[in-house]
Design a protein around this ligand. Structure first.
Ligand code: ADP
Length: 495
């Protein structure tokens, strides 16, 4: 299968979030499975620091943007692990900038124009390089126009006629909404600016455009693909998603098993695997307690959180339970994160009042994150919503029992310890449904009870560490979805 992965960011060329990790890791695994992937990405300023050679191909192209034309240049590189070609679209006015989408916390005013250009460039590159493509895999609002151009402007051109499109939603909360006059920049007919296609409450919506025009759509976990069809998490697009539910599915992201492997992690005080986890973790726990300034006490449970300190992550629930429990519950809390000022203040206050029980680090520290994953007993993720989530993968791999709210990817990865799942040895953690501090507290109590039952705790850790969250598992699922998408397209061509 020949796949062209269109994305606004891909590791190691550019990154602001999880999208870049997916687009750097997935094609490597697809190539290992025998497929033929290529990646196409803007040549952002960040790309020049990726450490890989980037060569000009000596090919220029011109695309229409509203009433003007804009020239771009093609560059080429490779993902080193598997020789996957990467095409970079150079257009310095649009992409030679400090940030990918914003500066000083403000979105660039020409973001729509920049990604109209990129989306058109994706389709032109196929012709310019004579690429054979079975599926274009577009991602998030930045490439939402790609399936639309394919369907509206490139249909009828032989090379494009059979190309299918898959559109992946990594986070529905980011939609690429622009004022209606930006419709002129797209060059598409105003007839598409209606509530069933590109319009959303008077605005142009590029995420919605991708959802409407792609042959298949997916999200980064099966549960999230269901949840976004309801008003609570649908961000206003639930109707559009329901309408397309027959072609909507979910595939869990994989995790980076190279950098997140407790048996080879250079950040840890001791390395361990499933056989040596008891000794390894107790060394890591003592080292972490020391590093965080907490009393070194093997028998006191240590609960951790790492992430953005924002409403999405359920930090309000954590702070409430901490506040209630810290005065007299013999346990320790370790928090690493940055985010909203109100949470910074609240957590700092708790750490000051209960220095023997609460440790808070308000910073981004990738190495400490590894040591927390290894040294903590439990890991909290009481998110309001979570398209996939990464920390629960790391926790499971590091023998740290996750306590999560059953939403999105968390619901798909953590199996709650019930009587039945414990008996069947499938339980990997603890989860709750209702978004409330009481529900979190009750679930933490269950986890603390289990922590005191040594055999049960050991069983949870072992079951968690055995799970396979590698990218090869996800890539095999993507390969199946590409197959279905191509079949869908073929049916449409015939009918
Ligand atoms: P999201 O992408 O919604 O922020 P994820 O769980 O998918 O959440 O991924 C976040 C990643 O960033 C995780 O690997 C997490 O460990 C890491 N991370 C977040 N905040 C910090 C921090 N303050 N220090 C170190 N790593 C962090």
């Amino acid at each position: 299968m020949k796949i062209l992965l269109a994305t606004s960011e891909a590791v190691p060329f550019s990154k602001t979030g999880g999208l870049a990790d997916v687009c750097g890791a997935l094609p490597v695994e697809l190539a290992r499975l025998g497929h033929d992937p290529a990646v196409i990405v803007p040549a952002h300023r960040q790309s020049s620091c990726c450490g890989l050679p980037i060569e000009p191909l000596g090919i220029d192209f011109i695309v229409p943007i509203g009433s003007k034309t804009v020239t771009g240049h093609l560059l080429q590189s490779k993902l080193p692990e598997a020789d996957v070609p990467v095409y970079l679209i150079q257009q310095d006015h649009y992409f030679e900038r400090e940030g990918l989408y914003q500066a000083d916390g403000k979105d660039y005013v020409d973001n729509c124009e920049r990604f109209v250009f990129f989306s058109r460039a994706v389709l032109e590159t196929i012709r310019l390089l004579d690429l054979q493509v079975d599926v274009i895999h577009a991602n998030d609002w930045q490439t939402g126009l790609v399936p639309a151009y394919l369907k509206v402007e490139y249909r009828g051109i032989p090379r494009y006629e059979q190309i299918a499109s898959l559109f992946t939603i990594h986070n529905l909360a980011y939609q690429g909404r622009f004022w209606h006059w930006d419709m002129l920049l797209t060059g598409l007919d105003w007839k598409y600016f209606n509530w069933r296609q590109m319009e959303f409450h008077g605005h142009l919506n590029l995420l919605k455009t991708g959802i409407v025009f792609a042959d298949s759509i997916n999200t980064v976990s099966p549960r999230y693909s269901q949840e976004i069809q309801n008003a609570a998490l649908g961000c206003g697009l639930e109707g559009t998603l329901q309408h397309r539910r027959n072609v909507l599915s979910g595939i869990l992201n994989g995790m980076d098993t190279f950098h997140w492997d407790p048996a080879a992690d250079p950040n840890l005080a001791a390395r361990y695997n499933a056989t040596t986890v008891s000794e390894g973790k107790s060394i890591c726990k003592a080292a972490l307690q020391k590093e965080l300034g907490l009393p070194v006490a093997a028998g006191v449970p240590l609960v951790a959180f790492i992430g953005r300190l924002c409403d999405q992550k359920g930090v309000d629930l954590i702070a409430k339970v901490m506040q209630t429990w810290a005065p007299d519950q013999e346990m320790q809390w370790g928090v690493l994160g940055t985010g909203d000022a109100a949470y910074h203040a609240q957590l700092t206050d708790l750490a000051k009042r209960f220095p023997r029980r609460v440790a808070v680090r308000l910073e981004f520290d990738a190495e400490l994150a590894h040591r927390i994953e290894a040294g903590a007993d439990m890991f909290l993720m009481p998110s309001r919503f979570e398209p996939c989530g990464l920390n629960q993968f790391y926790s499971l791999a590091y023998g740290t029992v996750p306590v999560v709210r059953a939403t999105g990817g968390l619901a798909d990865t953590v199996i709650d310890a019930t009587e039945e799942s414990i008996r069947e040895k499938t339980a990997t953690g603890f989860s709750f449904t209702e978004y409330s501090d009481l529900a979190l507290a009750e679930t933490l109590r269950r986890a603390l009870d289990a922590y005191r039952r040594k055999d049960l705790w050991h069983q949870l850790i072992q079951t968690g560490m055995k799970q396979d969250w590698s990218w090869s598992r996800s890539a095999a699922e993507y390969a199946r979805l590409y197959g279905k998408t191509v079949a869908r397209r073929k049916e449409a061509v015939v009918s």
